[in-house]
Design a protein. Structure first.
Length: 344
């Protein structure tokens, strides 16, 4: 019998991809193990996780329910397919991804470890999205550079955000000449320059203070930020599109809350039914095929046509929300595409 390992944050509280994907594979006759990504370990360099084995028969899971099955320890190489549905806590993230990469040398992963590690970032838009379909952007950990760029385009609206945050975290809308642009860019780049300007100091003392502010006892202070031109099309609403093995399979619109400029579901946005036009399908599938070259077979795209706003590779919301918005469950289609491509 075929076995899928879904690595999740909490097997006792299944998430929005754990449930539909797990249920779909079970309907197709697969066993599903819900493993805990933060507990990956090895026995003589053979990697395993504690988890719950669920047989194909039985009641389907629901969002937030605990996995119901046989608790135990499950070796990754005893599974035919691995689906990573959660990131690891920052304190152990490096070790977890290193062990998962090693495990992936013998077991098939739906999304490659290296592809996920290096492409789930806003930096990656320049690699996989054609230039005419992405907003112009600057990335730096130097506040002065980003501030200068912002000042040079005094008539434009901008969006400032961390390149590696999720769910709309720390995304700021900067109007032309706005009073908080300087503060926001300082904050996003780690306030590394906050102690660099002191009056009445000798040149040597000033250089020492600057060095301490950047490389103090706490280590390097600067952080990367992205300054991206605001796309007017976003005001018409973004669409989340789920792409499986290069095919657009599910989508929904996101209605922005009246008190926020972000449409992220986690920030109060609401999933709504929308049509996906042929040009949008073509663009989404173009990006999906490009990402397949790097081992990415399941992703969520944020699109405000003709622009791609973001890529979501680990546990992208959309499959569950599309069902809420449209009443159509596309999880079987996703499972069939993945099995057809990766399990031969």
């Amino acid at each position: 019998m075929m076995r899928l390992l879904i690595l999740t944050g909490r097997p006792d509280c299944l998430g929005e991809n754990d449930v539909p994907i797990g249920n779909a594979f079970r309907r197709l006759g697969w066993e599903v193990v819900f493993g805990e990504i933060a507990a990956i370990a090895s026995d003589d360099y053979r990697h395993f996780t504690p988890g719950v084995l669920v047989r194909p028969s039985g009641e389907p899971h629901r969002l937030g329910s605990a996995a119901k099955g046989i608790r135990g320890v499950y070796f990754i190489d005893e599974c035919q397919l691995v689906w990573v549905n959660s990131g690891a806590p920052p304190s152990i993230s490096r070790d977890v991804w290193q062990m998962l990469w090693l495990a992936s040398q013998d077991t098939v992963f739906v999304n490659s470890v290296e592809g996920t590690t290096f492409l789930e970032t806003k930096h990656a838009l320049g690699l996989v999205v054609p230039k005419q379909h992405r907003a112009f952007a600057y990335a730096s950990n130097d506040f002065s550079l980003l501030w200068k760029r912002y000042q040079q385009s005094a008539d434009l609206w901008w969006v400032a955000k961390p390149p590696n945050a999720y769910c709309g975290q720390s995304v700021f809308l900067l109007p032309p000449g706005g009073p908080n642009g300087r503060t926001i860019l300082q904050c996003l780049t780690g306030n590394a320059d906050a102690q660099s300007e002191f009056g009445g100091l000798t040149e040597r003392e000033l250089l020492m203070r600057q060095h301490q502010s950047e490389y103090g006892l706490g280590g390097f202070k600067a952080q990367y930020a992205l300054l991206q031109q605001f796309i007017a099309e976003v005001r018409q609403g973004e669409k989340r599109i789920i792409v499986a093995c290069g095919r657009a399979v599910a989508w929904h619109g996101r209605k922005v809350s009246s008190d926020d400029h972000r449409s992220n579901i986690a920030q109060g946005g609401k999933p709504i039914p929308v049509e996906l036009h042929s040009t949008e399908v073509e663009l989404a599938e173009l990006i999906g095929r490009k990402l397949m070259e790097y081992g990415i077979n399941f992703l969520g795209l944020d699109m405000a046509y003709p622009y791609i706003i973001d890529l979501n590779l680990t546990n992208p919301g959309g499959l569950y929300d599309a069902k809420l918005a449209t009443g159509k469950d596309q999880s079987d289609r996703v499972a069939e595409l993945v099995i057809s491509r990766l399990h031969k």
